[in-house]
Design a protein around this ligand. Structure first.
Ligand code: SF4
Ligand code: SF4
Length: 118
């Protein structure tokens, strides 16, 4: 029996039967669905999210764009240098925020510093 488990790519869980193509569309409806999916996966597919964020490359460069998806988050602040920051950074910050972006469907912001291999 192997003593070391190799990392395997994880299968993307479904989301109410919606196709990846539909969820990835650049429409307001799909943007809303991705936001719901983000929160849903943080709770119900935490293992998938955790495994999948290990697949992403790059780093966050604090553009704040993910805090403005669908609506501007009321907890988004700006420091004296106009850099965005989260007013509830830490334990109170939702899992959906901590994990953004967790897979290629979630990664909808072109200028985001995180990228996934296609
Ligand atoms: S969009 Fe990406 S780079 Fe910008 S704040 Fe969010 S995670 Fe960081
Ligand atoms: S809670 Fe914080 S990290 Fe999440 S969207 Fe709002 S400002 Fe951004």
């Amino acid at each position: 029996m192997a003593t070391h488990l190799q990392h395997k790519p994880t299968q993307m869980p479904g989301f109410f039967g919606l196709s990846e193509e539909f969820l990835s569309r650049n429409t307001y409806l799909s943007e809303c669905l991705r936001k719901i999916r983000r929160g849903y996966f943080a709770v119900f597919h935490a293992d998938y999210v955790k495994a999948n964020i290990q697949e992403r490359q790059g780093e966050c460069h604090r553009c704040g764009a993910c805090c403005k998806l669908v609506y501007d988050c009321p907890f988004l602040g700006h420091d004296a240098h106009s850099l965005p920051y989260c007013r509830i950074y830490g334990d109170l910050r939702p899992g959906a925020c901590k994990n953004y972006p967790f897979d290629r469907v979630d990664a909808e912001i072109e200028q985001c510093g995180f990228k996934f291999k296609q």
